[in-house]
Design a protein around this ligand. Structure first.
Ligand code: AGP
Length: 614
């Protein structure tokens, strides 16, 4: 979704803004723009398409160095991705320039009122009403921050706004409701941005703005109030990762780098969760053990890849705790009037912590009396802040739009939560829990082993590069992995791909199978799993219909070899933990195929990294 940056300080502000926009490119966008104050007017440059187009425009029409700038990458919602609709927007009186992330739901009414008052509009965006309103407020004599608060009180929906006023070239004002905004506190300089990646090069001191807050900043001061003007507090924190984490470090794509970071990401997520006495501890779980013992239903809500992590979690949680566990797509959850009581535990999974559908789902669940546990990768983001407890994953910043290390660490955190609940509720013996924990702790080297043997997937991608449709089959925890494998392919290689429960195939989807449809099959561990032989039969069913079968099966599984056109070996792990190793070749295959097809793997078309609109 949109990326926002504002800078005030001694550096060449435009350079800071453009560099910040580049670091937020991963969020997804289709136009970009900047505004600065030069003398008595605002200079604006904005272009549809990539930031390179904006840079070309800046090269063709250069701007003298200034010490204040705002910059924006836009992901179009209201109004197409054109130069006119790109942000910033300047008020008709030329007083203010403004950028926005989110959706102003009542913009049509406000626009009608402004047009009736004779205000001319330049764009088709919802954002421009905020720029016009702000311009009129300051023109009428209001202080810039007061004017921002007045405008915010008029707006419905989700919005992060940042504005500058031509008469105050050392001051920026920003506001936040529902969409993310972080302040970067430097020495003699300050920043606001959607994401710390935008200013990590200059400072690691950040303040996360709360809901409905306005921040007023110059190069030396940061003042936060609520929308009524009362003093308010943000949440200061130090960013623990450095610039290298936000760079490709020699890889062609962030996604590829992130795939290869997975052993470390899982190890970091498991680190320190197990005491010397052999008990599991989850420090951030601030819900009483009594309450967790009384829980009679768990509902997991999440979107996309995080939803598939939730589906894997269901198998583990129900198996280990014997508590009924539902998994629901967040955007559907609150609209079906779910049955929630004070004994329902809602678990939400989100890499970004900002996904609007997920946020709205947990707000609904809280209103109905549920306690919320968030599994999240982004420190200080909105979803963990609005939850009763949080289990942070330690994947580090995930930049590639297609989630990889985010997903695998979500799996690890879900396993931890399941085991913790089993410990508290006494549904597993201590030594059983310790046994699973030992196996879990041993998975990072196994994931590394998969990474070390990916070469056949590279060749396979070359052979299958012309195919238009792929199927992925799995059973039990292999079923969500099949869907996640298909999602990766759809997202970045733009080919049709579907994941099915292998047993469901004969009830319809098998009609899709022919010689032109390669089929990936995830085989459960041999011997130790009762579904193994059934999946082998499923492989034969598709092979008999001419499909090229790509079989992912554990080392030593000799039964599968005769049925596989391509055989990829997985390290031996128990069934329930197998997703930690089986997803890796599927992620890599998608990355390889998309690269071969010439697509932008990190910024696939139409997608945004964190989806902050419903
Ligand atoms: C993953 O590859 C996707 N880009 C997408 O499905 C993502 O997982 C989903 O939008 C949820 O995001 P979140 O984890 O940040 O909430």
């Amino acid at each position: 979704m949109c990326g926002i940056i504002g800078y005030v300080g001694p550096r060449v502000a435009l350079d800071v803004a453009v560099a910040g926009l580049k670091r937020m490119e991963y969020r997804g966008y289709d136009s970009a723009g900047v505004a600065v104050i030069v003398g008595d007017h605002i200079e604006l440059r904005k272009k549809a398409g990539k930031i390179a187009n904006l840079e070309a425009e800046l090269a063709a029409r250069p701007i003298a160095p200034t010490q204040i700038a705002i910059g924006h990458t836009r992901w179009a919602t209201h109004g197409g991705p054109t130069d006119e609709n790109a942000h910033p927007h300047i008020s008709a009186n030329g007083r203010v320039a403004l950028i926005h992330n989110g959706i102003i739901e009542n913009f049509a009414t406000l626009r009608q009122q402004l047009e009736a008052a004779g205000v001319p509009f330049q764009s088709k965006t919802d954002t421009e009403v905020a720029a016009q309103l702000l311009g009129r407020e300051v023109e009428a004599g209001a202080d810039l921050a007061d004017a921002m608060r007045t405008v915010c009180r008029l707006l419905d929906g989700a919005f992060t706004l940042v504005a500058l006023d031509v008469t105050q070239p050392g001051r920026l004002v920003a506001a936040r409701r529902n969409s993310p905004l972080v302040v970067g506190v430097g020495e003699g300089e300050n920043f606001v941005a959607s994401d710390v990646a935008a200013f990590i090069e200059f400072t690691r001191s950040a303040i996360e703005l709360g809901q409905d807050q306005v921040v007023d900043l110059d190069r030396d001061q940061v003042t936060i109030t609520d929308f009524a003007g009362r003093p308010a507090q943000g949440k200061p924190y130090e960013v623990t990762w450095d610039l290298s984490a936000a760079e490709k470090s020699g890889y062609d794509w962030f996604m590829r780098k992130e795939i290869f970071e997975q052993p470390r990401a899982v190890a970091d997520t498991l680190l320190g969760r197990f005491t010397d006495a052999g008990a599991l501890k989850l420090d951030e779980l601030h819900i009483s053990e009594g309450h967790l013992r009384a829980v009679d239903k768990i509902i997991i809500v999440a979107c996309g890849t995080a939803y598939y992590a939730g589906l894997v979690a269901k198998y583990a949680i129900e198996h280990w705790t014997r508590v009924a566990c539902e998994v629901e797509i967040a955007s559907e959850f609150r609209y079906r009037d779910p049955i929630i009581t004070g004994r329902t535990l809602v678990v939400t999974i989100s890499q970004s912590g900002e996904t609007a559908d997920t946020l709205m789902a947990i707000r609904h669940a809280r209103e109905q009396g549920a306690r919320i546990v968030a599994i999240c990768n982004t420190n200080g983001s909105t979803i963990p802040r609005e939850s009763d407890a949080v289990i942070y994953t330690h994947a580090g910043p995930e930049i590639g739009v297609a989630s990889t290390k985010g997903f695998i660490t979500q799996l690890a955190a879900c396993y931890l939560l399941g085991l913790y609940l089993a410990q508290i509720r006494g549904t597993m013996f201590g030594d059983e829990i310790a046994g699973v924990m030992r196996e879990l702790a041993a998975t990072p080297p196994l994931i590394q082993k998969v990474l070390d043997t990916l070469e056949p997937m590279r060749d396979l991608a070359k052979r299958l590069a012309g195919k238009e449709s792929f199927l992925f089959l799995g059973r039990h925890v292999g079923y969500p992995i099949a869907m996640e494998g298909a999602l990766k392919l759809k997202e970045i290689a733009y080919v049709h791909a579907e994941g099915f429960a292998a047993g469901e195939l004969k009830h319809g989807p098998i009609a899709l199978v022919d010689k032109d449809v390669p089929v990936f099959i995830i085989v459960p561990p041999m011997g130790r799993d009762r579904l193994h032989d059934k999946v082998v039969s499923n492989i034969e069913e598709v092979r008999a219909r001419g499909a090229h079968t790509i079989v992912l099966a554990e080392e030593g599984d000799l039964d599968v070899a005769p049925h596989a056109d391509t055989l990829f070996r997985l390290p031996r792990v128990s069934t329930i933990l197998q997703p930690l190793v089986s997803i890796v070749p599927l992620q890599f295959f998608a990355c390889e195929l998309a690269t071969l097809l010439g697509y932008d793997v990190d910024q696939p078309r139409n997608l945004a990294k964190s989806v902050t609109v419903e």
